[in-house]
Write a protein that binds this ligand. Structure first.
Ligand code: SF4
Length: 701
């Protein structure tokens, strides 16, 4: 008979922003756990990718942190929390709240994020609460807010299946959001969807494309600016939508480049570009999916605006099969955005810039020291550490020494900070070596809470086993500090449901349709309701049933005049350019079976078997010029630093560009971390670093 019959728990995959539902099942004896796709979850309808399918193999992680440590000395939670609180109080007394910072992660659950944000911004009084989401989708947040007045993803996953044209921009969707890609391919079978992929490289995604545009890295801004002009020239502007619901079309059009300028910037032929423009103009149902290739750029937020512009200009937004669509990397990057877990956000889609919002949040929390202005974004935060301005740093669920640009500077930053606390599930990361206190965090399968996927769908992550050793949920440790600072009532949470209800209440507090993010329908959830909560897309307004809905088909933007803004997007160069010394462009990204800095996937032999070595891919022509052969040990050098990799010579890589995966780091291969090579150039609006364009030289060792 069936070997796996009993469903023990239903939860959500911890890996990516697709947010697939999984079932934890046991065999007849109950001894062995297995994981399978949850057929009832709307995000994946039973599907899983290679990483999700392997989840059961990673339940026993090596190097688990099972008790608090000070240096390498174990201590009780009580002793650790007492000492951390004493150090925090001393820093506050001597240097003020700006000397305190938190650096979190899109891996945190929404409830962890909520308590982190509340403690930092409301009760300690520091807005230095940033996360690794800054490296992931901060430019989308900035772009959404500029155009829509709020960080709103207008559409739903089903739009991918209802579109006749899906444009994938800067995304190897087949590897990075595999289940969404499977859904798209299945829809294509039945409706003949056209797929256009914009990517300098040939990938598993471009292999499925009807049209692949191998544009130069960093030039997508020109391609979409030119598309706006082409739409206008073809008489395809949606004048009714523009007139009723937008401002700024003329200003945006005034700087839109013409076809020869787009061809010069992108390296594409005018024929290729015109074919793409024609397809867009002639296909009413279009979804434009964009991801890290757009975000991780020194002009990422403007490129996002260029993409939003063409959808606003054609009124193709918020209706079935239409809209711009950002896909997030991390499982809960969206939940973090909802909570306000970035240094330039306040809380629940409320802003520092608004005195009313600040007053609202202060009153709701009963906050004694609400931060009044945005704090330091990730790259600036680590620079402030180097400058000695931050004296107390608490890092949660991330490994910045492996993921931040200019890894050498980040190392110096941590080495200088008098108090570094790391909450993590594992203890052998590079960052852990610099932490004065290590706090054991409960991990996937052990903790309860919610996550939000890329279509605004909130799903429960449910525990199905006890935390290992003394591991605790992150919200618990943060709340303990809040209580020890004297705010027992504000942090009197007994379980994650308490926090979710408060989060829902804040989202609805004096909202009245002012803000897109509204969970007021969830305020009255009982503990049992919360445990049984079925996946739903926000908004969930009081008095209404939760249901999947789209935004902006009839306008209703969240700007003061309720109109969208078309933002001018002049062609913009990358922060640095190639030179005789650094003639190649380094692009970075993920590979199919690894996740982040390999803290979980790296321990699974099945997943490691896919691409087991840290490589740098380069075109055969470049390899021949440099005297490099397949498998050679090479040094990749930039103005910032150097790393070692093994050469992979492939004609899938365009000449003039090289590619290295982001996952490998010092814990796995001493010289392999890409962060050593990448300069900390950021988008001026979003603060997101340019991880996709670094001039480098490659030489054989
Ligand atoms: Fe998990 Fe993402 Fe794969 Fe779904 S697509 S199973 S969420 S890694």
């Amino acid at each position: 008979g069936e070997p796996h019959t009993a469903v023990l728990q239903r939860t959500t995959c911890p890996y990516c922003g697709v947010g697939c539902g999984v079932e934890i099942v046991s065999n007849d004896g109950g001894a062995t756990l297995a994981v399978r796709g949850d057929a009832a979850h709307p995000a994946n309808k039973g599907r899983l990718c290679s990483k999700g399918s392997a989840l059961a193999d990673s339940l026993t992680l090596p190097h688990r942190l099972t008790q608090p440590l000070k240096g390498d000395q174990p201590l009780s939670w009580d002793a650790a929390l007492e000492e951390i609180t004493a150090r925090l109080k001393a820093v506050l007394a001597d240097h003020g709240p700006e000397a305190v910072a938190f650096y979190g992660s899109g891996q945190l659950l929404t409830e962890d994020y909520y308590v982190l944000n509340k403690l930092g911004k409301g009760f300690i009084g520091t807005a230095n609460v940033d996360t690794n989401s800054r490296l992931c989708m901060a430019s989308t947040v900035a772009g959404h807010k500029q155009s829509f007045g709020a960080d709103t993803v207008p559409g739903l996953y089903e739009d991918w299946e209802q579109a006749d044209l899906v444009i994938l921009v800067g995304s190897n969707t087949a590897w990075c959001h595999p289940v969404l890609f499977q859904r798209l391919l299945a829809a294509r079978q039945s409706r003949g969807t056209k797929i256009v992929v914009l990517d300098p490289r040939q990938t598993s995604t471009t292999a499925e494309a009807d049209l692949h545009l191998p544009l130069r890295s960093g030039s997508d801004i020109a391609l979409f600016g030119g598309l706006l002009r082409a739409i206008a020239d073809a008489g395809a502007l949606n004048d009714a939508y523009l007139t009723a619901h937008t401002n700024g079309a003329d200003t945006a059009l005034a700087v839109a480049p013409d076809l020869p300028a787009v061809a010069a910037a992108t390296g594409l032929s005018p024929v290729q570009i015109a074919a793409f423009y024609r397809l867009f103009i002639e296909t009413p149902k279009v979804v434009t999916v964009f991801s890290q290739g757009v975000n991780q750029s020194s002009h990422g937020s403007t490129t996002v605006s260029a993409i939003l512009n063409v959808h606003l200009a054609t009124g193709r937004i918020g209706t079935p099969g239409c809209g711009p669509f950002s896909v997030t990397g991390q499982p809960n990057a969206m939940g973090g955005r909802e909570v306000g877990g970035l240094a330039n956000q306040l809380a629940a889609h409320m802003d520092f810039a608004s005195a009313d919002d600040r007053d609202r949040v202060r009153r709701f929390w009963g906050a004694p020291r609400l931060a009044e202005a945005p704090g330091l974004k990730a790259v600036d935060l680590f620079q402030a550490l180097v400058d000695g301005k931050i004296k107390f740093l608490w890092i949660l669920a991330t490994n910045p020494l492996a993921s931040l640009p200019d890894a050498n500077l980040a190392r110096e930053a941590l080495a200088q900070c008098p108090t570094v606390i790391l909450s993590d599930a594992i203890c052998d990361t590079e960052t852990a070596r610099y932490a004065h206190f290590l706090l054991p965090a409960a991990t996937w399968g052990e903790k309860d809470g919610t996550v939000t996927n890329s279509e605004r769908r909130i799903s429960r992550q449910r525990a199905f086993r006890a935390p290992l050793g003394d591991a605790k949920p992150d919200w618990w440790a943060l709340a303990q500090i809040g209580r020890r600072l004297g705010y027992a009532d504000a942090f009197a949470y007994d379980r994650s449901a308490d926090i979710f209800r408060e989060h829902a209440a804040l989202s609805g507090f004096e909202n009245q349709g002012r803000r897109d993010f509204d969970l007021s329908g969830a305020i009255g959830l009982s503990d049992t309701d919360y445990d049984a909560l079925a996946p739903f897309c926000w908004p969930w307004k009081a008095g209404e049933a939760p249901g999947a809905s789209r935004f902006f088909a009839e306008g209703g933007f969240f700007t003061p005049d309720r109109r969208a803004r078309l933002v001018p997007t002049p062609m913009t160069a990358t922060a640095s350019s190639t030179s005789l010394a650094f003639p190649l462009v380094l692009n970075t990204g993920r590979v199919r079976d690894q996740w982040h800095t390999m803290g979980r996937t790296g321990f699974d032999p099945r997943l490691m078997a896919h691409l087991p070595r840290p490589t740098v891919a380069l075109n055969p022509r470049d390899a021949a010029t440099l005297g490099i052969a397949e498998g050679d040990l090479v040094q990749v050098t930039s103005a910032t630093g150097a790393m070692l990799r093994l050469a992979e010579v492939t004609d899938k890589q365009p000449s003039g560009e090289v590619f290295a995966s982001m996952h490998w780091n010092g814990a796995w291969c001493g010289g392999g971390a890409v962060g050593r090579v990448i300069a900390p150039h950021v988008d001026p609006l979003s603060g997101q670093p340019e991880l996709k364009y670094t001039p480098v030289a490659v030489s054989r060792l």
